[in-house]
Design a protein around this ligand. Structure first.
Ligand code: ADE
Length: 257
């Protein structure tokens, strides 16, 4: 009997054909853009006038897209944070119908939880730490805890640390954010992950989160100084790790990850 045509199989049993890598900063994306010879898409996929940027290309038949929120039109800096991350995740899913979302970027790490500069984590769980709503049930809504798509085989086969991620719209950490991060049991702190998770969950697209540590939040150095000092080296490590995941994904279906 002939095997079933690929289109008749459920998505989880079909080879992954399209991935959308959601990143916040151009600098973070450059190693991957170079490694996979991705080119800038003259994008008609997104609304006219938005600053969002897409790089695309193929690796052995796998369609790779990196989507970035682009630069602020006046200030010229990358549009980091949860608002832009959720918008580009929504638009990318609508336009590209990816089989898998990878949110990749840098994060602060907590040395008390074992994080070191340059470590790359495959995140198990995400939550917000700056959405405090002290009313029963709304409090849980604010925290917005979600599991990353489970990848038991990939986690075994690729040597990445595992930890939980907490997301907020500030790079610094005030005492109430710190309490929430501790309550979230997070090893990592970023500015996009839980927002990407919200949209991926809403639209039922599997999402994984890869975060590389640029600064130690509970260390002695000022966060922004340490971040800028380590950004280029850590971004290279992130690129290596995401490449390994792309090689791993190639030819597999979602249920094999
Ligand atoms: N990205 C890199 N370092 C960070 C930090 N300390 N907080 C939030 N996002 C980050």
């Amino acid at each position: 009997m002939a095997p079933p045509a690929a289109e008749s199989l459920p998505a989880s049993k079909r080879s992954i054909s399209t991935i959308a890598i959601i990143m916040a900063m151009q600098t973070e994306a450059l190693p991957l853009i170079h490694k996979f010879h991705l080119s800038l898409a003259p994008d008609s996929l997104f609304p006219v006038g938005v600053p969002w940027v897409r790089y695309h290309g193929t690796y052995r038949g796998l369609h790779i897209n990196i989507v970035l929120p682009g630069k602020h039109p006046v200030l010229g800096v990358d549009n980091v944070g949860t608002v832009c991350a959720s918008l580009i995740t929504y638009a990318s899913i609508q336009a590209l119908q990816p089989d898998l979302i990878i949110n990749a970027g840098t994060a602060g790490g907590f040395k008390a939880k074992g994080a070191c500069i340059g470590d790359v984590y495959l995140v198990s769980e995400v939550a917000f730490h700056d959405r405090r709503i002290p009313i029963p049930v709304f409090d849980l809504y604010g925290v917005g805890q979600r599991q990353a798509f489970a990848t038991p085989n990939m986690s075994k086969d690729i040597d990445l640390k595992a930890g939980k991620l907490s997301t907020g719209d500030s790079m610094d950490m005030c005492p109430s954010d710190e309490s929430s991060i501790i309550a979230n049991d997070a090893t990592l702190k970023d500015m996009e992950g839980a927002a990407v998770a919200y949209v991926a969950d809403l639209l039922k697209v599997p999402a994984i989160f890869m975060k590389a540590v640029t600064d130690i939040v509970d260390g002695d150095k000022p966060t922004s100084e340490e971040y800028l000092e380590n950004l280029s080296g850590v971004t290279a490590a992130l690129g290596q790790a995401v490449s390994q995941v792309i090689y791993y994904i190639d030819g597999k279906c979602i249920s094999e990850l």
